[in-house]
Design a protein around this ligand. Structure first.
Ligand code: ADP
Ligand code: MG
Length: 226
């Protein structure tokens, strides 16, 4: 049995009306296969955030088609898109987005609040996700008492607790120093070897060099490197 690619963009253009009109992505084609570890690099203004928003179903192409998990996304309504997003993608952002007044375990459990899974099972899964990122000893800590690297690892646990097919990370090391960003990269490599599909948007060459595939965006066009 062959599975569909996780991501398939077919001649996707995203333009903003202006004036002047800006074509943030220009007739872009991209396939991300199950198990790929892909980085997307490019200077400021090149289209990275636009790409992330499209891949994350937070925005729609102006022209062209996006298949996520084999599903043609343009025909889905917002509710269907939210369901597909929730079941397929785990997000990691630059600024962690943890709830400051909730302990680590709660932060991860909250990600599955509306999943229909019973509370006890949600807790079991959250503990397993935190174990996976090496934070079993921090379950009752508040985010403010953790280092930046630990906070980002909590955010990664939260992203993987619902067993997404793809992790989509936007500048995941943007707020971290070299050592702690190395920690997060090590974790990404582990998740990748467990079979998770990873797409990491970054302007950091050290981060992009850890991926198996690198795509450079410039002026809304993609070029695969290497
Ligand atoms: P990056 O994330 O690589 O810095 P963006 O994807 O944010 O780049 O932006 C790509 C281009 O699209 C830029 O020229 C930007 O000004 C333009 N752009 C992005 N979002 C909008 C928007 N909502 N309205 C108008 N122009 C936009
Ligand atoms: Mg951006």
């Amino acid at each position: 049995m062959t599975s569909s690619p996780v991501v398939e963009l077919v001649n996707v253009t995203r333009s903003f009306p202006g004036p002047p009109e800006v074509q943030a992505l220009r007739s872009v084609n991209l396939r991300v296969e199950e198990g790929d570890y892909l980085s997307i690099v490019g200077p400021s203004g090149s289209g990275k955030s636009t790409m992330l928003n499209l891949l994350g179903l937070l925005d729609r192409p102006s022209v062209g088609e996006y298949y996520l998990n084999g599903t043609l996304t343009s025909v889905l309504n917002e509710e269907q898109r939210a369901a597909l997003r929730g079941g397929t993608i785990g997000f990691v952002f630059q600024s962690f987005h943890l709830l400051p007044h909730r302990p680590v375990l709660d932060n991860v459990m909250l990600a599955t609040l509306y999943s229909g899974v019973p509370r006890a099972e949600r807790e079991t899964r959250a503990r397993a996700a935190l174990d996976r990122v090496g934070l079993s000893h921090r379950l009752e800590f508040l985010p403010s008492t953790l280092s930046g690297g630990e906070r980002q690892r909590v955010a990664v646990a939260r992203a993987v607790v619902s067993s997404p097919r793809m992790l989509l990370a936007d500048e995941p090391t943007g707020n971290l120093d070299e050592t702690t960003s190395g920690e997060v990269m090590d974790l990404f490599e582990e998740l990748h070897s467990d079979g998770l599909t990873l797409v990491v948007i970054t302007h950091d060459a050290a981060v992009s060099s850890r991926a198996e595939r690198t795509i450079r965006i410039s002026d809304g066009r993609l070029e695969e490197l290497g």
